[in-house]
Write a new protein. Structure first.
Length: 473
């Protein structure tokens, strides 16, 4: 019991560090969006969105799950990080060369030649991130979330400090591209300074083979869901054009930034839930509690922004971005439901049920792609938002998988949180904030009045924060 309490306190404190990092990063990101999107406009911003979507997909899949192997493997050989760094060095360089030659195929499919030029500048970022991940994964393994948060915040700030002046100086979409390159160069440099890993280019195949066996078990299912990142480059740019890609990109970016704290719990869960897998009852309780945390930290920011969006978007971004508001609400609904099931997926991963996750991911991406293929040509950006909603049907599969593993979680508080969030969230784009804001206050006021189990969560987080202050003094 004492060990579980200590682990919970350590994880909550680590979560607070990551939460602060995410909050700072979100503020910086929103400032950059304000300037960059307003100056570039939907079409040029769509170029940036498409290029970075392809970049992120390649980063997520190119690491083959070896970064997660470093975090999750109970017993690591002494030179594990060095071996994986060596693998990433050589494979990363080879992957960059292949992509350099392959990007013209994208132009043949979409007809967007300008994106090819941008992509070729971004390709070295893949190698930079792979090298950085060896050090950062080891820091996460040792729960040094304060260092990880600081490194990521500084790198992200440097991105925007370069990108914004370049955009204002009429560098157009090249400003954000140069900012991305700087961010990942700093991430590699600072990561290696905080957790040095000896530089090498050769690795032992026997070790890498075993590490890949574990890593690919994770990355195989992760590869499937990461295919969603290719939706804008492959489908939206072809069927709806660059302007629609920009509208969807800004709506998605706003949803991701406002739902940033869900990433904190997801990030902590990989390390935490693995320690509870042997106890089905403890696992079920942890997932049930995580559902409430996720809903509480995701729903209110989404709903509040939706209530004010028809005032805020024209004021800070310009009238040309107003079509992004209803698209944002559809994406926000999907993110809210997704947050409820994040810990389901983390638990299945921790239990080694990677095939179950892969099946779910295949259903999720398959439903989403079928919907976008059918809805994008007639509905444009609206088709993308409706496709997000349609893909939620796949979560019935992941619920069944978790129920067979550790029993069905308690969804009562999670359902109440979703019910409280939907009225102001969906009404926001269509009514005056003078109506939607009182609806927001009334909806969440009733929620906290009726559910004591939800009321106690902010108090618990405050108590953890106060204990941190006492220890530091």
């Amino acid at each position: 019991m004492k060990g579980q309490t200590s682990l919970k306190q350590k994880l909550l404190k680590g979560g607070l560090y990551l939460a602060v990092r995410q909050l700072i990063g979100s503020a910086l990101s929103l400032i950059s969006i304000l300037v960059i999107a307003r100056v570039l406009g939907p079409e040029n911003y769509g170029i940036v969105t498409i290029a970075t979507g392809i970049l992120l997909f390649t980063i997520w899949t190119g690491k083959l799950g070896l970064d997660v192997y470093l975090i999750r493997q109970p017993d690591l050989p002494p030179d594990s990080a060095e071996q994986i760094l060596a693998f990433y060095n050589t494979v990363g360089v080879g992957l960059c060369g292949i992509l350099w030659l392959a990007v013209p195929l994208f132009e043949l499919w979409t007809g967007q030649a300008i994106v090819v030029q941008v992509l070729r500048w971004l390709i070295p970022v893949i190698w930079l991130e792979m090298v950085a991940s060896a050090s950062i994964s080891m820091m996460e393994r040792e729960l040094h979330f304060d260092q990880v948060g600081l490194i990521e915040t500084i790198a992200q700030a440097a991105n925007y400090l370069l990108a914004i002046p370049l955009v204002l100086a009429n560098f157009s979409y090249w400003g954000p591209i140069y900012g991305w390159i700087l961010q990942y160069a700093l991430l590699m440099f600072m990561g290696r300074r905080c957790y040095p890993v000896r530089w090498r280019w050769r690795w032992r195949w026997n070790f890498i083979r075993e590490a890949l066996r574990c890593g690919l078990a994770y990355s195989g299912s992760n590869l499937i869901v990461s295919l969603k990142a290719l939706t804008l480059p492959l489908f939206v740019s072809r069927f709806a054009g660059l302007e629609a890609a920009g509208i969807i990109g800004i709506a998605t970016r706003l949803a991701d930034q406002l739902g940033l704290f869900r990433l904190v719990i997801s990030r902590l869960s990989i390390s935490a839930i693995a320690k509870l897998i042997g106890n089905p009852e403890a696992t079920r309780r942890a997932v049930s509690q995580g559902i409430v945390y996720q809903g509480l930290i995701v729903g209110p920011p989404f709903a509040l922004f939706a209530c004010c969006a028809i005032w805020v978007i024209p004021l800070v971004f310009g009238e040309q971005w107003l079509p992004s508001v209803p698209i944002f609400t559809l994406i926000a609904v999907a993110r809210l439901i997704d947050s409820v099931f994040n810990l389901h997926i983390a638990t299945l991963y921790a239990a080694g049920h990677n095939r179950e996750v892969a099946k779910f991911n295949a259903w999720y991406v398959g439903l989403f792609w079928v919907a976008t293929w059918l809805l994008l040509p007639p509905l444009g950006a609206w088709g993308y938002g409706l496709s997000e909603i349609f893909s939620l049907l796949s979560y019935t599969f992941v619920h069944g998988s978790l129920a067979r593993l550790s029993g069905s979680p308690d969804y009562q508080d999670g359902i109440w949180l979703v019910v409280a969030t939907l009225p102001p969230l969906l009404a926001g784009p269509w009514v005056s904030p003078l109506i939607s804001l009182p609806l927001f206050i009334g909806s969440y006021g009733l929620l906290f009045l009726m559910r004591s189990s939800i009321r106690k969560i902010p108090l618990e987080l405050y108590a953890v924060w106060q204990s941190r202050k006492v220890v530091s003094t």
